[in-house]
Design a protein around this ligand. Structure first.
Ligand code: GTP
Ligand code: MG
Length: 442
């Protein structure tokens, strides 16, 4: 199949010192011949060049060019890079000149990466890692994305797929040569393999959504009775007036969220409506949302005014790992400690103990999300497929005792689910969805 050649700005939009226009496909050579008619650059050698407008031989700009010959390029095709001055008019003129060459069109979002995937330069999990790396805003996200881009997750999944195929072969041998083993021998051989694999998948799934949290943010909810100072605490943590504060109990109704970076990880802190018997339907909805958010959160910060008891509506929403803070420490000096939760007294007014609370939160987030050894599951897509594989495996283990046919089918089903993770197996239906979310190559 003769493919189109695609061209696009590879660097960010807007003014910049340098911008890179990338061209990939069979006509990349012709693009360079048209724009740099004097001498064609040597392969993989940065070459100074004047970029010429073929219509009148005028100079569009001067810069540097690079040519990568297929298959040794990012996409696996011929690739030309034009490093020009990063002004919008220069970039527009260079792209126009590329598009005037026969067979060249503008790239769709994610198309360079998609071609790299289709040419076997990276698998789907690695491509997702690359997209995450480009989106990474924190150190924790960067580390996780680099690991995934370099194939750590792919290696794990590929290892599983190979073991599943071995197990399937073992079971199928039993179908083909049923008399060669004693009854029960199959279950003895294949059973432990399937069980170990199912346990490995279980461990991978049961990671408190670590990888997904690193990518999408760790979630903290501030909850407590009305007027306790929850919104004031959110504002103090965020260092801005994100939520409305007033002395009227029941001020906050919707969930107000603020994004922070703590311990190198993205964190969402949510302020919620005060927990009480609601005065009206709107407040009741606010309380419902508060409890829902508290339930979904990775960590809850309960807030009570120093000197007050912890109401049951709050204590029932807090778990043993959660925080409880006494607010308004500037007003009330409290000596009582809430034994089960510790006793940090904070003041949003004076800032007392806010740095301590922030460092405690950072420590907690870093402890939960950091120091990962095993590659983590980073997307809901992965979780869905690993879950599918695991339940197929469990069904396979059970089916083993009643004969190899059904078990073989289950194990094949598990291998297919895992193959779809890295895009080894028929993922055509998924590709448009996955690559259209990539911002690379826009
Ligand atoms: N002195 C003092 N007053 C505070 C402090 N924190 C909050 N307040 C006051 O307490 C009142 C309630 O504060 P909010 O932050 O609105 O309380 P809330 O928990 O969000 O209240 P609801 O949204 O109604 O549930 C306001 O008048 C604040 O100014 C503090 O640390 N010290
Ligand atoms: Mg409030």
């Amino acid at each position: 199949m003769k493919r189109d050649t695609i061209a696009a700005l590879a660097t960010g939009a807007g003014r910049a010192g340098v911008a890179i226009v990338r061209v990939s496909g069979p006509h990349a050579r012709n693009v360079l011949k048209s724009l740099i008619p004097v001498h064609f650059p040597r392969v993989r050698e940065a070459t100074h060049a004047r970029f010429i407008d073929a219509r009148d031989n005028s100079i569009i700009d001067q810069g540097v060019t690079l040519f990568f010959e297929n298959p040794a390029s990012f996409t696996g095709e011929d690739v030309a890079e034009l490093h020009v001055h990063g002004g919008p008019a220069v970039v527009a003129a260079i792209i126009d000149a590329c598009l005037r060459v026969d067979g060249v069109r503008i790239a769709e979002p994610g198309e360079f990466t998609r071609r790299a995937f289709e040419n076997g330069k990276l698998d789907l999990a690695e491509a997702e890692g690359l997209a995450d790396l480009i989106d990474a805003e924190t150190e924790g996200q960067r580390k996780q994305a680099v690991r995934q881009m370099r194939g750590a997750l792919s290696a794990l999944y590929e290892g599983w797929r190979v073991r599943l195929i071995e197990a399937a072969a073992l079971i199928e041998a039993e179908i083909d040569f049923p008399d060669e083993d004693l009854p029960g021998a199959l279950a003895q051989k294949a059973g432990p393999i399937l069980e170990t694999l199912a346990a490995d998948m279980e461990r991978h799934l049961d990671d408190a959504h670590r990888g997904e949290r690193v990518r999408d943010g760790y979630r903290i909810a501030i909850i407590g009775p009305p007027n306790a100072g929850k919104s004031s605490l959110l504002n103090a943590l965020a260092r801005r007036e994100a939520a409305i504060v007033s002395d009227i109990p029941g001020t906050t109704r919707d969930v107000v969220e603020v994004r922070l970076v703590l311990g190198g990880f993205p964190v969402w802190i949510a302020d919620t409506a005060g927990l009480r018997e609601a005065a009206d339907a709107i407040e009741a909805e606010g309380v419902r949302r508060a409890l829902e958010r508290a339930e979904e959160a990775d960590l809850r910060i309960g807030v009570v005014e120093a000197g007050s008891d912890v109401p049951s509506s709050l204590s029932s929403a807090l778990g043993p790992e959660d925080f409880l803070v006494r607010s308004k420490a500037d007003l009330i000096r409290q000596t009582v400690e809430y034994a089960e939760y510790g006793s940090l007294g904070v003041s949003a007014m004076t800032g007392e103990a806010i740095p301590e609370l922030l460092s405690e939160l950072s420590r907690r987030v870093a402890r939960t999300l950091g120091g990962q050894e095993a590659p983590a599951l980073t997307r809901a897509r992965h979780r869905r497929l690993v879950e599918e594989a695991r339940s197929a495996l469990i069904a396979g283990c059970r089916a083993l005792s009643s004969g190899p046919e059904l078990a073989a089918e289950d194990v094949r089903r598990a291998a297919t689910a895992i193959g779809r993770l890295t895009g080894r197996i028929d993922v055509e239906d998924l590709l448009d969805e996955i690559f259209s979310t990539f911002c690379i190559g826009k």
